[in-house]
Design a protein around this ligand. Structure first.
Ligand code: ACO
Length: 277
């Protein structure tokens, strides 16, 4: 597709099914995130939100790395005397990796094909689903660079894993692989690298069978209730459930009930969803 061609640090390909492969594309620098990458990611993720060709977004990395974290030279050292660039890069990162990825109506999957270090945990944590290669290498290496796991890495890592593991891996900087990432809650699934793409496509197809509006509401609700107490959450979910009935163009709820209760043609959970609309 001709669109999304003008980027230097990120490659975007939308396949015929709607799976959108967003690839950090600095393999020679192990996909370390420099300011340009953040500016491009903000532009790309924002554009994909309303791109009807894009059904699901997969973030991955070119070569043997998902991302080696923030670019120590271009993101840190070279912005020390350029606070304007530093601020814009920080905000672009914060915006695309937190708000856009978190609240996008498109499902977001991190397909971790290799190294994932430091600042890369921030975007990883905000993807909806993480599929890892067994061979991937993860590490909160900040402590070895004389810095803290900032850019909200300490926060998002704490949210994913138990507090003991958060302290252990942040303080030792030890690395772990894909299987350990699943055990700790960093990733959902880990498979041998040779099967990584196939496994990811399988999940994408499963997601694309759902009503996009129901899926968007579902992810946003699961995220939003995290910070709420029981009463707020009841009220919020009640309002969202009512809103969904109105805005879902497929009327999935009504159709599902009719097909299950009356026509007896629909069995959610027991077989693939085959609703008529
Ligand atoms: N920032 C800037 N450049 C980087 C980074 C990074 N985070 N990671 C790798 N690179 C560069 C290297 O400087 C090197 O550049 P050069 O060819 O111009 O010398 C190139 O990428 C290849 O790196 P190598 O170390 O030669 O590659 P190798 O495959 O042997 O190792 C690994 C890969 C393990 C990822 C290693 O590069 C590494 O440890 N990188 C740092 C990872 C890290 O700790 N990231 C966290 C940074 S702090 C933060 O994100 C907040």
């Amino acid at each position: 597709m001709a669109k999304y061609q003008d980027f230097t640090c990120v490659k975007v390909e939308i396949d015929e099914e709607g799976i959108t492969w967003v690839t950090f594309n600095r393999p020679e620098k192990r996909n370390a995130m420099n300011p340009t990458l953040h500016f491009e990611m903000l532009e790309i993720m924002t554009a994909l939100e309303n791109d009807n060709d894009c059904k699901v977004i997969v973030l991955t990395g070119a070569g043997n790395s998902w991302s080696a974290g923030m670019d120590l030279k271009e993101y840190f050292r070279e912005t020390e005397n350029n606070p304007d660039l530093g601020f814009r890069a920080t905000m672009a990162h914060r915006y695309w990796a937190t708000y856009v990825t978190n609240w996008s109506k498109k499902p977001t999957i991190a397909m971790v094909n290799g190294y994932c270090f430091g600042g890369a945990f921030h975007s990883l944590a905000h993807c909806d689903i993480v599929v890892s290669a067994d061979e991937a290498t993860y590490g909160l290496s900040e402590v070895n660079w004389g810095i803290i796991p900032g850019g909200n890495v300490a926060k998002v890592f704490n949210n994913l894993v138990n507090h003991r593991d958060a302290l252990f891996y942040a303080m030792t900087g030890r690395t772990f692989d894909g299987q350990k990432a699943v055990e700790m809650g960093v990733a959902n699934i880990s498979v041998p690298l040779a099967q990584l793409k196939e496994e990811t496509i399988k999940i994408c197809r499963e997601l694309m069978e759902k009503s996009p509006m129901v899926l968007a509401y579902t992810k946003q609700c699961v995220r939003a209730v995290q910070g709420m107490d029981m009463t707020e959450s009841f009220e919020y979910l009640g309002a969202k459930a009512l809103a969904l009935r109105t805005v879902d163009p497929r009327k999935t709820r009504a159709t599902g009930m009719e097909e299950f209760l009356d026509k007896k043609t629909y069995r959610p959970g027991l077989q693939a969803v085959k609703k008529t609309s």
